[in-house]
Write a protein that binds this ligand. Sequence first.
Ligand SMILES: CCCCCCCC(=O)SCCNC(=O)CCNC(=O)[C@H](O)C(C)(C)COP(=O)(O)OP(=O)(O)OC[C@H]1O[C@@H](n2cnc3c(N)ncnc32)[C@H](O)[C@@H]1OP(=O)(O)O
Length: 220
Amino acid sequence: MTEQPDSGEAVSAQTFLDQPDHASGATELARQLRRIRGLVSGADFEDLSAEIELARELADRIENAATPHPPAQYDSWGVPEHIASNPVIGSRNPAAPPLDAVVFPDGTVRADLTLGVEFQGPPGCVHGGVVAMLFDEMLGLANAAAEHIGMTVDLQVTYSAPTPLDTPLRFEARQERVDGRKLWCAGTLHAGDTLCASVRGMFVTPRWMLDGDQSKPIEG
Ligand SMILES: CCCCCCCC(=O)SCCNC(=O)CCNC(=O)[C@H](O)C(C)(C)COP(=O)(O)OP(=O)(O)OC[C@H]1O[C@@H](n2cnc3c(N)ncnc32)[C@H](O)[C@@H]1OP(=O)(O)O
């Protein structure tokens, strides 16, 4: 974790799950692919045939350079490949927003982000499933911040107002209660002063994990 140098309010917050750029350049490649993702899904074009050729060549080159590895093992929480490919926070996953979280001394986890047209559900609004996915991750991070982790067994999202695209959003989450292997968390999503959605989640620590190191950064 590293200190957040900016804004007064966030001065006591620390970055959570810092993911340094991969030496190969894969993290930067994911950033460029996210740019393309937004443009392809949110712009009109006259003729992209030359760009398609280029994209095909790029995909072929990356495929030739790649040494694929299998998905992480279920009991290997926190390995870099596991986090890097996460669809919410994975720095090397072009499909991830990505969500960068900070954690406060009281265990509250916060993420500020803006979602573009590639996350559109209703016109001009963020897809409700995307909101649920981000909430699930936020609650998982809140568990990790509390060093008491588990798998989601119940996730209840209440949508109170449409979540606008291209608008700064703030997700917050924290672990509220622990009873043995059962954990309860809650979170909110605001656009400015508007509460767009809230969530309550229940998690269960798998039996095999009880003796493990739960301080490892994990997420599903
Ligand atoms: C490890 C950190 C990961 C963070 C992930 C964050 C987000 C994710 O994407 S997780 C992926 C989605 N979730 C899943 O795939 C979970 C699938 N479920 C499972 O694997 C299992 O149910 C698992 C491992 C969580 C629990 O199984 P198991 O260890 O056998 O526990 P089990 O004995 O069934 O239940 C324990 C207690 O929880 C209760 N419980 C289990 N599920 C529920 C539920 N849906 N609602 C209410 N209570 C429940 C049980 O009733 C039991 O209570 P009690 O002890 O009082 O009898």
